[in-house]
Unconditional design. Structure first.
Length: 154
């Protein structure tokens, strides 16, 4: 490839060289990217094909791809030995926590005191919580999860 530019032209140039005989691989799906392409070493051409049908020929081709390519993330001998991998980031289980303390002249601190809480979502959906109140007036609820803004009424 030759480029002819005058001596006084300042330019930044780049070039991409491809093989014109190899078709562009633009057939992907969320299944193929999530279940196949991320876990197989090397390039898988037309990965969506392997999830396009339940036909015996397609599943046989998928078996061939999986047998001829190495896995990136799995050590099969560790899995067979039931060796659990180290988890760097454990899953969150408690999400949010509602906690507070009841104050006021009407609170007596009885043994079976409860606080009724109405949780109203942005879409006006409502959830009702019955929270036990401890003798010191404190209350808490672990594991609360909201998708968006909420209002609490008590």
């Amino acid at each position: 490839i030759e480029f002819f530019v005058s001596d006084t032209a300042f330019a930044n140039m780049s070039i991409a060289v491809t093989d014109a005989d190899v078709p562009v691989d633009d057939k992907h799906s969320i299944y193929s990217d999530f279940l196949l392409s991320d876990d197989i070493k090397g390039k898988v051409h037309n990965p969506a094909y392997y999830f396009s049908s339940d036909a015996d020929s397609v599943t046989h081709h998928l078996d061939l791809v999986m047998m001829t390519n190495g896995w990136r993330r799995y050590n099969w001998s560790d899995l067979a030995a039931q060796k659990v991998p180290n988890i760097k980031f454990p899953p969150e289980t408690n999400y949010l926590k509602i906690e507070g303390k009841v104050y006021g002249s009407n609170y007596t601190g009885g043994e079976s005191s409860f606080l009724n809480v109405i949780v109203q979502g942005k879409d006006s959906s409502k959830q009702f919580l019955l929270l036990p109140v401890h003798k010191d007036g404190s209350f808490e609820q672990d594991g609360v999860f909201f998708y968006d803004t909420v209002k609490l009424f008590y």
